[in-house]
Design a protein around this ligand. Sequence first.
Ligand code: PGA
Length: 258
Amino acid sequence: MTRKIIIANWKMSVNRADTTRLTRAAGVALGKCGGQADVILVSPYVYLTHVSAILPPGVILAAQDVAVPHHPKGAQTGDVSPEMLRDTGCTAVIIGHSERRSGHGETDDTVRAKVAAACAAGLTVILCVGETADQRAAGQGRNVVSGQIHAALFDQPNIRPDSVMVAYEPVWAISGGGGQTAALEDIGSIHQFLANYIETTLAPLRGMRLLYGGSVRPDNASVILSLPYVDGVLVGGASLDADALSEIIRAGCAASRP
Ligand code: PGA
């Protein structure tokens, strides 16, 4: 069965009550469609334990970032290690989101180190990549994105195709970063390019899943999920509305094939 992946990235936009409401809604929506898609809820650190305690069957819990521990535990004030994430019930983590790269100066080297730390701890990595509007205008989009993937994943120990997925999120299409609508042909062609790039350059990761993110909403989720080489969607803004999230989960189930 090809199962589509629906990821809800709540960013810094929720309080505890919101996480309760959205987690329950996700569980109901997934249950109603027979659990046919993979649903991953990406909570702020402070609510991970809470969401973990009410996590519906079949729903996966993820964090929005992780630190690289210098020692298994110790003096890193403010940091959260991969082991701590696992301890809260997390089994996955977003790494390299454009809001971390641009807002916190995360470089390709930082991202690579985080991927290594997360994989070593057994967490599934959701690696975010994407070009800015300027890079796109300069015709650099594909180079930037394949370069980010290569920098993060090439020759990484402890990494398997099922322990990492790539979310292609053009920065100009993310609702907080431009919110322009990406044309379906553009999404399709870059996903095909990335699938081919992985096949030829990162052969050990052949079969790794490729997701799309950037202003995914109930009205465009089905068609995006039906594109070849699109294994799922990473949803920010629309995942904050229980009805919209439920509808996107239904679209994910409908697009999953036996
Ligand atoms: P968006 O965010 O759906 O609000 O555009 C996607 C993301 O940044 O992960």
